[in-house]
Design a protein around this ligand. Structure first.
Ligand code: ATP
Ligand code: MG
Length: 131
């Protein structure tokens, strides 16, 4: 998911292009204004963290781009391409390493396991947008 700062800073094309060039196949894509309860459900494992409220405010602060990418080892591969959570520790060449400086404005979310991806696809693409 391209987070609101990534959309607002004009990085939709660049980020989509990186996954396409890698050889992943886009199976779903939409822009979306995130309801608060969806943000809270998405990050529910972090609900005890002090930054949880700010994190949900940030995710709801503007449109996001929800995407489903398919390919061999795609979850692990995408996480490597995205880089470490804190952009100051993300390697150059990664999306966060190249495009961000703040942990609270780190441009993109990537599912951390196949199970998370399945849960998140159901959350973000369930209902009317079912794939
Ligand atoms: P994401 O789930 O967004 O792909 P991640 O898996 O790399 O990121 P998580 O530990 O799941 O990292 O944290 C989710 C998000 O919470 C981070 O992307 C970041 O925006 C925010 N976050 C994490 N740690 C901090 C922190 N110490 N201070 C502020 N925000 C944080
Ligand atoms: Mg995460």
């Amino acid at each position: 998911m391209i987070k609101p700062d990534g959309v607002q800073r004009g990085y939709m094309g660049e980020i989509i292009s990186r996954f396409e060039k890698k050889g992943m196949v886009c199976k779903g894509l939409k822009t979306f204004m995130t309801p608060r309860e969806v943000a809270e459900e998405h990050y529910k494992d972090l609900s005890s963290k002090p930054f949880f409220g700010d994190l949900c405010d940030y995710i709801c602060s503007g449109p996001v781009v929800c995407m489903v990418w398919e390919g061999p080892g795609v979850v692990k591969s995408a996480r490597l391409m995205i880089g470490a959570t804190n952009p100051l520790e993300s390697a150059p060449g990664t999306i966060r390493g190249d495009l961000a400086v703040e942990v609270g404005r780190n441009v993109i979310h990537g599912s951390d396991s196949v199970e998370s991806a399945e849960r998140e696809i159901a959350l973000w693409f369930g209902g009317d947008d079912e794939l």
